[in-house]
Design a binder for this molecule. Structure first.
Ligand code: AMP
Ligand code: GLY
Length: 417
């Protein structure tokens, strides 16, 4: 297999790393990639993942047989469709299915008509109606932009003026979804799909808020754990029967099956699991914690996805715990500086502690420069979440740049006091 990973984030670095360990790989590329993927693969920095024609051309030029599409935007733009048409195996949802992520209006309607447990909701395109709904609310609500927003299109607030401001801004160019606020804890479950069937990977959790103890604004995700200590076999079974199975039955019924990853963003409430959102890709930073725990050859897994052979795939998972801490630039999730030089003061033992770069570059002298808001994920494995956390935070101290910050409490939610 000659594999291309599309994207530049830490999720894509983790994917490239996992592919690099496969015995099946005869060529490995990343487009555009980052300073981390450069060490493991050939970066194609001039190939824009959003330009389907350019991606197909790069595949032909380099003899690429399989493309793993990391982020959501190429999926919503139909890059998987273009690859499939060109006879190149794509791991990623086709354009129609990508609406499950690209439009909350689409995914909420899909869940409602298929009786998939989710938060009650209403949808608005007119400010006056939304304003009336917000002012007359009796329960806590959450406001969401319907289209893609990089994890920043959700407002959880009790302040009417703030809600009206958010609604007005969203309604300028998009639909607004208003949901009932669900109480519980969140988990992410990934299904790997081959177009006919699926297998579930170990559950993960993401830490979305910028501040310790889940305070402050939402981010793309500041850390992750895998597996989730609170998800015992009984809850996992309920997740499967109450959310995953009905979703796949509905996807089949509506001809929306695809070859790729389906992300279930779940709230585990006292009434059982409910779907907060679907994404049609792996999560970031969940993937960085998850992939080190997959023992199966990743090339074989992806080959099973594209050839429709998942049903008999023997997925092997290590019994360890894994935890990832994101290191971000000063100012993130608001404005931040780029091109800040990074110093590495220690070594990362690739066996069970990993440094995944996000959007980093190298200058002429070879110095790594930041080039985004979330800059690195440090991931460690351990015998349990406590050991994984201790080792990940020790690793974080080996990465330094001006203004670097991270959440000090990743995983703590799941640890005994
Ligand atoms: P989403 O993009 O829909 O996953 O929302 C981003 C984050 O906002 C979620 O991960 C939750 O932390 C929070 N959130 C979204 N919808 C709800 C809801 N209905 N109830 C409570 N929290 C929510
Ligand atoms: N970590 C959340 C996401 O990838 O959407």
């Amino acid at each position: 297999m000659k594999v291309l990973v599309l994207g530049a984030g830490a999720r894509e670095h983790a994917l490239v790393w996992k592919f690099s360990l496969s015995t099946r790989i005869s060529g490995l590329f990343a487009a555009p990639g980052n300073a981390g993927t450069q060490d493991l693969a050939t970066n194609l920095p001039d190939v824009d993942p959003l330009n389907a024609e350019a991606v197909v051309a790069a595949c032909k030029e380099n003899g690429i047989t399989h493309v793993f599409i990391g982020p959501e935007e190429p999926l919503t733009l139909g890059v998987a469709d273009a690859l499939t048409e060109a006879g190149i195996a794509a791991i990623g949802a086709h354009r129609e299915a990508a609406q499950l992520e690209g439009s909350k209006a689409f995914s909420k309607a899909f869940m409602a008509r298929n009786s998939i447990p989710t938060a009650g909701y209403a949808q608005f395109t007119c400010f006056d109606e939304a304003s009336r709904y917000i002012k007359n609310r009796r329960k806590k609500i959450v406001l969401k932009k319907s289209g893609l927003a990089g994890g920043k299109g959700v407002l959880e607030s009790d302040n009417t003026a703030e809600m009206l401001g958010f609604a007005e801004k969203v309604l300028k160019d998009d639909a607004l979804v208003i949901e009932e606020f669900l109480e519980g804890f969140e988990a992410t479950v990934f299904a790997v799909c081959d177009g006919k069937t699926y297998i579930l990977l170990p559950p993960c959790a993401d830490f979305k808020k910028a501040g310790a103890n889940d305070t402050g604004p939402n981010t793309g995700g500041m850390g992750s754990v895998c597996p989730v200590p609170w998800l015992d076999a009984k809850i996992q079974q309920r997740i499967r029967t109450e959310t995953v199975e009905p979703t796949f039955a509905a996807l089949k019924k509506e001809n929306l099956m695809y070859k790729g990853i389906l992300y279930f963003g779940l709230m585990i409430t006292k009434d059982g699991p409910k779907v907060l959102e679907y994404n049609v890709r792996f999560g970031d930073p969940e993937t960085q914690a998850l992939l080190p725990l997959i023992s199966s050859d990743f090339g074989n897994l992806c080959d099973a996805v594209t050839s429709g052979a998942l049903e008999s795939f023997p997925l092997e998972v290590s019994g360890k715990a894994s935890l990832g801490v994101v290191i971000a630039a000063e100012g993130y999730p608001a404005d931040y500086e780029r091109q800040i030089p990074v110093q590495f003061t220690g070594k990362f033992d690739e066996k069970d502690i990993h440094l995944f770069h996000a959007s980093t570059l190298r200058d002429g002298a070879g110095t790594v420069l930041t080039n985004g808001g979330r800059c690195f994920t440090v991931v460690a494995e351990g015998k349990d979440i406590y050991e994984a956390a201790e080792r990940a935070y020790a690793g974080v101290k080996n990465v330094g740049f001006k203004g670097a910050w991270y959440r000090p409490d990743i995983g703590k939610r799941f640890m005994a006091e």
